[in-house]
Design a protein around this ligand. Structure first.
Ligand code: MSP
Length: 491
């Protein structure tokens, strides 16, 4: 079982393209794992408590529960329209989630990791985060969020006690956070010293109540526990825990790579195996925000383009961990230049020739071509190394390079001449190309499954995956059907 999670999304507002990016990364990794024969548990969901959401509900004159029910549905819709194949959609207002949070709270409280004290300092509602004075920049949080000075009784988690254990853990697990540049930031943050963390709020009603008190549990402790409640198990049965991978944006890495492991250590639970931190999508070079009016709506894009085009573009365009600018025009250009002109063209030109000639029946009697095998395996191995390293843009380059190579192979072999003069040799070249196409299609699968399946159907090689592709053989002579263009221009 491979357990992967997306962050759970705040429902203070409807989804934007950045949220879809999180889901698309998880979906891609899930398909990749399934292609290796793994069973995948993919959790996504919504983070529905906290002051930020209570305020948004109040602005709409709605009861928070009605408000979160409404907005959570827009994230479910996004996942469905985006063909995101999650296993569980976790909502933090669900009773079975609240039960798991309370179990965790009681465990931490009983062990002495949580104690009552007094918080004095800054809080940013937008980030739902506490900040130290020295972190503020021009009176604001480092993220630009407004901060408020608060003085209130609260429960603390003894984070400071976990500093050395965290540093030991990081040292023993050099791949815990990816990419490594982000890991260095985490390590230097922890090395500089940790203060105990406030884990309850007094002046907020909208959350899970701390047992026997008028506090509510800090929304981040509540939210992080969705990764455990999202296994559909309680703390008594952790057979599906730990997660193999948490996919998160760089802005929430600290919560995942510092606070979350410390909570888990304190509760004597296993830590997740890896945290992947991605960058941010900007709109015309700026952060997307309602006030700037530059928010890109993924639902509108999905009404216009099939989901795999968005996924393909986003994973190709932006290197893991970097920021990038979203542009619909560039997305369309990329679909044409990469998918249609490179991959589509390679399939179409060769298959249409095979279809047109000799009743379209091809012999599959084929002597292996070591040169072709060498080229394919070089690209295929590099593809897997990149996928394992979450370097999706490089993995896509491996696919495109192989398609380029295929197109050059066709240019040099001149099958349009052979088909008239030497049909046996034509069939040998066709088999070389079919093999190359098979590998291209399975490599494309995690990014564009519907399209990859169409390609595989055209070459009569359905049901191939990473475990069986190397031994694939056509069982009988092959009939090539009239190929259809798989990648429609901009749709
Ligand atoms: N609710 C918390 C996560 C709790 S996980 C236990 C949260 N929610 S969020 O809705 O604000 O953000 C969800 C994810 O979207 C985060 O990973 C965040 O980095 C990501 N993004 C928000 N804006 C983004 C972009 N513009 N681009 C890419 N991802 C962005 O944080």
């Amino acid at each position: 079982m491979y357990y992967i999670t997306s962050p759970i999304f705040y429902v203070n507002d409807v989804p934007h393209i950045g949220h879809f990016y999180n889901m698309a990364i998880c979906n891609t990794i899930s398909i990749y794992q399934k292609m290796w024969g793994m069973k995948v548990h993919f959790m996504t969901g919504t983070d529905e408590h906290g002051q930020k959401i209570a305020t948004s509900a109040a602005q709409k004159n709605m009861h928070p529960q009605d408000f979160v029910d409404l907005v959570a549905q827009s994230f479910v819709n996004l996942a469905q329209q985006g063909n995101i194949q999650y296993t569980v959609f976790r909502r933090t207002t669900a009773q079975d989630h609240k039960d798991v949070v309370l179990e965790m709270w009681n465990k931490l409280h009983q062990s002495g990791a949580i104690y009552l004290g007094k918080y004095e300092g800054w809080y940013a509602v937008r980030d739902e985060a506490f900040y130290d004075q020295h972190e503020l920049i021009d009176g604001k949080a480092p993220t630009g969020a407004e901060v408020k000075y608060i003085q209130e009784e609260c429960y603390f988690f003894n984070l400071s006690q976990w500093q050395n254990k965290l540093l030991d853990f990081y040292q023993q697990h050099p791949d815990f956070v990816k990419p490594s540049s982000r890991y260095n930031e985490v390590i230097s943050f922890v090395s500089s010293g940790l203060r105990d963390l406030a884990v309850s709020r007094l002046n907020t009603q909208w959350g899970i109540s701390v047992p026997d008190s008028n506090h509510v549990i800090y929304v981040w402790l509540d939210a992080l526990m969705s990764y455990i409640s999202g296994t559909n198990h309680s703390l008594q049965d952790l057979s599906a825990w730990p997660a193999d991978l948490h996919v998160v944006g760089k802005d929430i890495l600290r919560f995942h790579a510092v606070y979350w492991p410390a909570f888990l250590m304190a509760a004597e639970l296993h830590l997740p195996k890896c945290i992947l931190a991605h960058g941010w999508w900007l709109s015309s070079g700026e952060k997307m925000s309602k006030s700037l009016g530059n928010v890109i709506d993924p639902i509108k894009l999905l009404q216009k383009y099939e989901p795999h085009y968005l996924t393909y573009f986003m994973l190709k365009e932006m290197g893991m961990g970097q920021d990038g600018d979203f542009s619909e025009e560039r997305m369309v250009a990329r679909i044409e230049s990469d998918l249609a002109n490179k991959i589509g063209n390679f399939f179409h030109r060769m298959l249409s020739m095979a279809y047109k000639h000799s009743d379209s029946k091809r012999t599959t009697n084929y002597s292996k071509n070591q040169d072709v095998d060498f080229v394919i395996s070089k690209h295929y191995e590099s593809f897997h190394a990149n996928m394992r390293n979450f370097a999706f843009n490089k993995a896509i380059d491996n696919i495109l390079d192989l398609a380029d190579w295929g197109n050059k192979y066709v240019d040099l072999a001149k099958p349009w001449e052979l088909v008239k003069t030497d049909i046996a040799l034509f069939d040998q070249h066709l088999m070389d190309c079919l093999k190359t196409m098979r590998y291209i299609a399975v490599m494309l699968m995690p990014f564009a499954p519907a399209k990859a399946n169409e390609l595989l159907q055209q070459i009569k090689a359905t049901d191939v995956n990473y475990t069986n592709i190397d031994s694939f053989e056509y069982s009988e002579n092959l009939t090539i059907d009239a190929p259809k263009a798989v990648f429609l221009k901009s749709s």
